[in-house]
Design a protein around this ligand. Structure first.
Ligand code: ATP
Length: 650
């Protein structure tokens, strides 16, 4: 028997399953009622058959007003007819329903005592007032009048609404429309002239909305020796803004600004990204703004040998270790390697931990990379003092008290960025955020009161300049459709996504055999060097169709993608958002097409609508528009079969 129950919000799917459960429970209740009715009928029939002698005993007792008692003989006989609990409760109920005197039958039976407390009493009073007998309620008739210990009860499952904590329910809002909310760079205070000049040289005279909000928020907590204002620990910052909205500069600029004032070189900023390609991209941005300053940046993503990376990190001078970098950009696996192998990466002075593509990084939390970083950051005081002569101490995060803040501290501030940041507090909790502050371009809570239930699932923002379409099609027509997009709809350059490496390769081969279209593939089949070259060619407009796996779906900033095509419909909404987000970046416009099979249409459209898409338009491509290519297509399919065969033998 459960003493209490905890109702948990399990997402919309759970709600649906609750609905299903209540439906099945209703069905069960109906069946139980039917069974009960049948039992009652049997009972009545059996009662009629009770021996004359027993009726006489009962009648005699009633007449003499003998306190109602079951004689052992009576009990025995009743139990011979039906099991005791069934007989007693049903029989009592039957009697009561008929409005007859039930005292003689109910009094000695414990299960019926319970009934007496509630319904039985009422019915007697009712009879005194000559009121008509009441119909038994659900409670009295339920299960035979006895409280079933440990049994399953037919209670409807309570629907639990999601309730967000205040910081998630009430974010600092970021304007969605980039173009009409540009903020001139000099309007943001706290940036030195050199950095403003560098921004200008890079063609940046205005900040995008996310940058205008987040840069001051990061700068406001940093003074002098990097201790929070008034000695307090700065709040962690989470940023959820659309793809291509400029999140990278939102952390690169303030971090560069803060660290430019440092005296001693130590690792003070660590940016963690899920893939090598993304790490390299962020590394390049840091490098471009660190150029001309004394700041040093290193990348730990396995692009070089471990020893080469190690040499970048620190050098030994006598018995002292000297850091050679201020900013480290890393992938989780390589980072953990360096921490565990004690390669010279010292995180004692780490001030900023940037987690880009945060939702993906949370998913990879099973790799325990964050706990390894935390271990390296909060090493015991004694241990760290033997290695570095520091005036700072760093203690494990705990409650903030006057005592805990009295020695100088280097606070560690976490900065999370994503276009699809989860709003699941349980997932975010894994990051151990300190008084987090959310900047978001969507408010998923329709009711703005703090703690009010949010009924929607995670809802995301789409780039303003993006127009979404879907094209209903059949499996065999997909290759012709992509060619139609290039040759007749003139949509190139197209970034085309497939769900697997194999499909990407086959489609690439097929389009090549067709001829007339400059095509390339982008997947883990290629080495990092080849991938880099391919992206460069695509950016230069030398490739009309780039067929890619999801390797290029997240975070990759490719200039001039006019159109994204989902050759295979993505299974998850986050994948869709990141794929289509490779176009319509930095306030520009872009098109996204998704090829949908008839069986996929309903679910896919529902998924996109639920995620907050402003609308996805239907684009029909008539079969006659593809007919001119069909004969060649059939011929090429045969050629392709031979190419595949050759490939396999090789
Ligand atoms: N203030 C600005 N002015 C002009 N261009 C900008 C500005 N800020 C960023 N950009 C450009 O916008 C593009 C997108 O920026 P960025 O890659 O940072 O987007 P993002 O929000 O990180 O996207 P994603 O979520 O897809 O990773 C980049 O090419 C960047 O150079």
């Amino acid at each position: 028997m459960s003493l209490f129950s905890v109702n948990r919000y399990l997402g919309e799917d759970a709600d649906r399953s609750i609905l299903k459960t209540s439906q099945s429970q209703a069905l069960l209740a109906k069946l139980q009622q039917k069974a009960k009715k049948k039992q009652r009928q049997t009972l009545i029939e059996q009662k009629r058959e009770l021996p004359e002698e027993q009726h006489n005993v009962q009648n005699k007792r009633k007449a003499d007003k003998i306190p109602s008692q079951w004689t052992s003989q009576h009990k025995k006989r009743r139990s011979e007819v039906l099991p005791l609990d069934v007989v007693d409760s049903e029989y009592c109920e039957e009697k009561r329903n008929k409005g007859s005197s039930v005292e003689s039958l109910t009094a000695p039976v414990t299960g019926c005592d319970e009934l007496e407390d509630t319904e039985g009493k009422e019915s007697r009073e009712g009879r005194v007032k000559n009121e008509p007998p009441k119909q038994p309620t659900e409670k009295t008739s339920a299960p035979m009048g006895f409280t079933v210990m440990g049994g399953s009860e037919n209670k409807p499952v309570q629907k639990v609404h999601r309730v967000l904590p205040q910081w998630l329910a009430q974010p600092d809002m970021i304007q969605r429309d980039i173009k009409s909310n540009l903020v001139p760079v000099p309007d943001i205070s706290g940036l030195c002239a050199a950095l403003v000049k560098k921004l200008e040289n890079n063609g940046i005279r205005h900040f995008f909305p996310v940058q205008a909000e987040v840069i001051p928020a990061i700068l406001e907590n940093t003074q002098g020796l990097l201790i929070g204002r008034g000695g307090y620990k700065p709040r962690d910052i989470c940023v959820s803004a659309p793809t291509g909205s400029g999140k990278t500069l939102a952390f690169v600029i303030p971090i560069t600004q803060v660290l430019m004032e440092r005296v001693v070189c130590e690792v003070r900023a660590l940016a963690v990204l899920p893939t090598k390609d993304l790490a390299e991209q962020v590394y390049k941005v840091f490098m471009s703004y660190a150029e001309g300053t004394t700041l040093r940046v290193a990348m730990l993503a396995g692009q070089r040998s471990f020893a080469a990376e190690q040499a970048l990190l620190s050098e030994q001078r006598g018995n002292r270790r000297r850091s050679l970098v201020d900013i480290v950009v890393a992938t989780p696996g390589r980072l953990v390697d360096h921490i565990n192998k004690n390669s010279g990466l010292c995180l004692d002075h780490l001030r900023f931990l940037i987690i880009d593509e945060a939702d993906r990084m949370i998913d990879s939390m099973h790799q325990f990379w964050l706990s390894q970083v935390a271990k390296a950051v909060y090493r015991s005081e004694r241990e760290s003092q033997t290695r570095t002569m520091s005036i700072f101490t760093r203690t494990d995060p705990a409650h903030v008290t006057a005592a805990s803040l009295s020695p100088p501290q280097i606070p560690l501030q976490k900065l999370l960025f994503s276009a699809t940041l989860t709003q699941n507090p349980e997932k975010l909790q894994q990051l151990g955020l300190y008084r987090p502050r959310l900047f978001s371009s969507t408010n998923s809570n329709s009711d703005n009161t703090p703690g009010a239930p949010a009924h929607k699932q995670d809802c995301f923002d789409f780039p303003k300049g993006l127009t979404e379409y879907y094209i209903p099609c059949t499996l065999s027509k997909k290759p012709l459709l992509i060619l139609h997009c290039i040759q007749h709809m003139k949509l190139s350059p197209i970034l085309c996504f497939t769900n697997s490496r194999k499909t990407a390769h086959r489609l690439f081969q097929l389009v090549q055999l067709f001829g007339g279209v400059h095509t390339a593939e982008f997947s883990s089949r290629l080495s990092p060097g080849e991938r880099k070259k391919t992206l460069k060619k695509f950016e230069q407009g030398k490739i009309q169709l780039l067929v890619s796996t999801d390797a290029a779906a997240r975070g990759i900033d490719i200039n001039g993608v006019k159109c994204v095509v989902n050759y295979d419909a993505p299974q998850y909404i986050r994948t869709y958002i990141h794929r289509v987000g490779r176009t319509a970046r930095a306030g520009k416009t872009g098109l996204a097409f998704t090829f949908l099979l008839a069986v996929q249409e309903k679910n896919f459209l529902q998924m996109v609508e639920k995620a907050g898409s402003p609308g996805i338009n239907k684009q029909i491509v008539k079969p006659e528009n593809l007919r001119s290519m069909e004969a060649q297509y059939q011929q090429i399919l045969q050629e392709l079969a031979n190419v595949i065969k050759d490939e396999k033998t090789k």
